[in-house]
Design a protein around this ligand. Sequence first.
Ligand code: ZN
Length: 188
Amino acid sequence: MDGEVVAPGDVVGTAEEYLPGENVEVDSEGKLRAQVMGIVIRDNKEHIISIKPIKNNGLLKMNDIVYGKVVALPNDRVIIVKIISVDNNGNKVSLKDDVTGIIPPAQLFNGKANSAGELVGIGDIIRARVISRGPPYTLTLRDAQLGVVYARCPRCGHVLRWRSGELLQCPNCGAVVRRKVSLIEYWG
Ligand SMILES: [Zn+2]
């Protein structure tokens, strides 16, 4: 059925029926699986099946979990984030347009106004929660599940690996970096 919404990994057909189009891959059993969350498009003339990704219109709701890139740390007290995606029942849905998020000092860590640079670095990807209604979006990091999910080595640029607790380590040069790491996911 056309117009059906699927999640990444969902079976959308078999390699005998269709050729994989955009955002569709063939698994080892010859099943066609969606690679993104989106709408199924079947071209029955060319026998191609593809997925049109669903993009968020940039409107976020209170308590939405978002992922964003740290772009600035004004006065080392505030974190400015470019929000790139929003969690939708476990799927990360990309935002159509650039949306800015602001994490004020009170939302950094247990309400204590720490140095922002002790928690995150510029270029890190963080997981945060929306606590305002409408733009400009205010975000919080005050939860163990919120924090850095991806960071690169400040010395050599290699992707850092999670070591333990709040410590990340560079597998290339050995540098150990402290971050407020999200306790439920780290992508490195
Ligand atoms: Zn390094």
